[in-house]
Design a protein around this ligand. Sequence first.
Ligand code: URA
Length: 241
Amino acid sequence: MRIDKLLANSGYGSRKEVKQLLKTGVVKADGNVIKDPKTHVDPDQQEITVHEAVVDYREFIYLLMNKPQGLLSATEDDLQETVIDILQPEDALFEPFPVGRLDKDTEGLLIITNDGQLSHQLLSPKKHVPKTYFAEVSGFVTEEDIESFKLGVTLDDGYLTKPAKLVILESASVSKIELTITEGKFHQVKRMFEAVGKKVVYLKRLSMGPLQLDADLEPGEYRELTDEEVEELRNAKVFDL
Ligand code: URA
């Protein structure tokens, strides 16, 4: 990888600042001064130092965000604010992206990382990683809906959903429910309720595989995942409801 990217990702400033740093001749790879920001280095094979201090390099970043309503789950957008726009500059330097999408008006657990392999694994339809949502739904949610979701419902495009687990927390004119699904079709939760004649009026993701939304995180806040949490995500098992 390029030395300027490695240093920027390691907290030595922006790419521009790192370029200046390199010019001063204080950066070395295996003892040899590097001045050209385009120089490729291999942090696993070479010892990179700045002012003779070894650079503790890390390639990946793993963030757990409580996504607020009103932001797009995208890396950039010309008109609207995205979840990446609210990251601290030192985290954005890693060029992370959201793992899957939550709708603009959906809140809750969103993993943001630059680890493409883990992202692919979590989103793979073969893995069936369960995702649990809390929703408020206009209309009385019934036992019949539980049965329908267990069997799978047909969405507006003719797709028959995989079995999903519906738990009714409160059946009322605006019901409160939890729904666990193992796939991630576009607007899936909203469309599943449309399939049984009801409308989701509030949606929040509570969990993805083994990872739960952190109660300490207010909407718009995020934290890094621990090494153990990343490991658990990597081992997220194929799951059938
Ligand atoms: N299902 C939806 O309808 N919207 C989301 O944001 C996530 C799941």
